[in-house]
Design a protein around this ligand. Structure first.
Ligand SMILES: Cc1cc2nc3c(=O)[nH]c(=O)nc-3n(C[C@H](O)[C@H](O)[C@H](O)COP(=O)(O)OP(=O)(O)OC[C@H]3O[C@@H](n4cnc5c(N)ncnc54)[C@H](O)[C@@H]3O)c2cc1C
Length: 413
């Protein structure tokens, strides 16, 4: 262990999740010497955001990674189907999106993160230190000038022009910097579990009525999310029995499989909706879940985190190559990304009650769903909102000497 060890980088990114790895890759491609710190040894994590939206796939195409992405095991969904009290319908249709890719891809998050890490490691300016935790910002004269880190060989300092907190919704760096997110009321939690299936079996994506169940077809199993009132899961036999009964009444075909579930098979996601008022201070910027924890409703968390990373690289990449960004320049990232974040969090908040459903609910179709059935064109509108998002970012990598926007060719610059 070398207590005096100091690393330097133009930018240090704390957290190797979707936001951190994408940002590391993009900055490295722009010629910014970038160090990503990831506290875990690998990316293996189950029941995390696994949805890669069409706009994100277009960003992968911009980066020359789409073929490598599509070669990995995944499933695709071209429209969102709903079974509401026994009636089947389409909620969103991606077929007319103004994107090159017109499906949502479901891919285990670890495969996707491995892909980003591999692409990063092909760039000379990219370094990823695994099993290394970013602990607290180093502050001098009121400015953040780096981060203290703890790796397998002990503690060390990283000095940099910018520290990016991309360390998720429980961000250590954000907390150590005294940045506290504002909590937005969350009424729901989500139970995740897997159910075996025959490869040919199909289920609608959303089952709704007295509660909501999302069924993601992963080829040889269903990944299922069941929405419950916040704080109602006790993790005991009684909660399990109640859950089995409600899920079986919502989707009778799953009855046998749901009754075979044991407590250990079920993962609770405590849903948090939060947002920082200011995403930056001098020398430090928070992005992704560290800036705004999202509800899993709509499966947009990863995509929003990736879009933050793209916007950050577009805005700050050319600056970081040469100098430290000013606080005003850092604020441009929040100004660019706040609108989609606020709108999506509002929609997620409004969706909480319908997602929870109610036994006393009227058997009549809710008005928005009726509108989608009467006016089929609206399904393309919902498809656009879900599939492309609000203010979709395109990758603009400017290499040294370039001043105007344009896509850089993949590969080392
Ligand atoms: C159970 C669950 C299900 C979800 N389902 C969906 C879904 O279906 N679709 C969807 O789009 N989103 C979903 N989300 C949300 C989605 O996973 C997140 O919004 C997205 O991963 C945010 O990306 P991020 O890079 O900002 O943060 P994270 O993915 O949280 O990544 C943060 C990274 O930082 C690392 N880290 C943390 N602290 C430190 C530290 N101090 N030093 C170094 N490294 C650190 C972590 O190990 C992690 O790798 C789900 C989330 C959960 C928890």
């Amino acid at each position: 262990m070398n207590e005096n060890r100091t690393e330097t980088a133009d930018c240090v990114v704390v957290g190797g999740g979707p936001a951190g790895l994408m940002l590391g890759l993009l900055l490295a491609r722009s010629g910014v010497d970038t160090l990503v710190l990831e506290k875990h040894a690998d990316f293996l994590r189950d029941f995390r955001g696994d949805t890669i939206h069409p706009s994100t796939q277009d960003a992968l195409a911009d980066l020359g990674l789409i073929d490598e992405f599509l070669a990995l095991p995944h499933t695709e969904m071209s429209h969102v189907t709903l079974r509401y009290r026994g009636r089947d319908m389409v909620l969103a249709d991606f077929s007319r999106l103004p994107t090159a890719r017109k499906t949502i891809a479901f891919m285990p998050q670890w495969d996707f993160l491995d892909l980003l890490a591999r692409a990063g490691e092909r760039e000379p300016g990219f370094r990823l230190l695994r099993r290394t935790r970013g602990a607290e910002p180093i502050v001098e004269d009121g400015r953040v000038v780096g981060v203290r880190a703890e790796g397998p060989e002990g503690a060390f300092d990283v000095r940099s022009r910018l520290v990016v907190a991309a360390d998720g919704r429980d961000s250590d760096v954000r907390a150590a910097a005294g940045m506290v997110p504002r909590k937005i009321a969350s009424a729901m939690d989500v139970l995740w579990f897997r159910l075996p299936k025959d490869p040919a079996e199909r289920q609608p994506f959303v089952h709704a009525g007295d509660g909501t169940l999302i069924v993601i077809d992963r080829g040889d199993f269903f990944q299922v999310a069941y929405v419950i009132p916040a704080g109602s899961w006790e993790g005991d036999a009684e909660s399990l029995a109640a859950m089995r009964t409600r899920v079986s009444s919502l989707v009778p075909e799953l009855n046998d499989r749901v009754h075979a579930l044991e407590l250990d098979d079920i993962k609770l996601l405590t849903v948090r909706l939060e947002r920082l008022r200011r995403w930056q201070r001098d020398g430090l910027l928070a992005v992704g879940d560290a800036a705004h924890a999202m509800s899993p409703a709509g499966g947009v968390g990863i995509n929003l985190a990736l879009q933050d990373a793209i916007a950050t690289a577009n805005i700050l990449g050319p600056i970081l190559r040469n100098r430290r960004p000013t606080e005003r320049e850092l604020r441009r990232v929040q100004r660019r990304r706040a609108l989609p974040t606020v709108i999506i969090q509002r929609v997620q908040r409004v969706l909480q009650d319908p997602l929870l459903g109610s036994a006393a609910a009227s058997p009549k179709l809710p008005l928005p769903i009726r509108a989608l059935q009467r006016i089929p064109f609206l399904r393309h509108v919902t498809g656009r909102v879900v599939g492309r998002g609000i203010r979709a970012e395109r990758v603009r990598i400017r290499t040294a000497g370039e001043t105007s926007a344009g896509l850089a060719a993949p590969g080392p610059q």
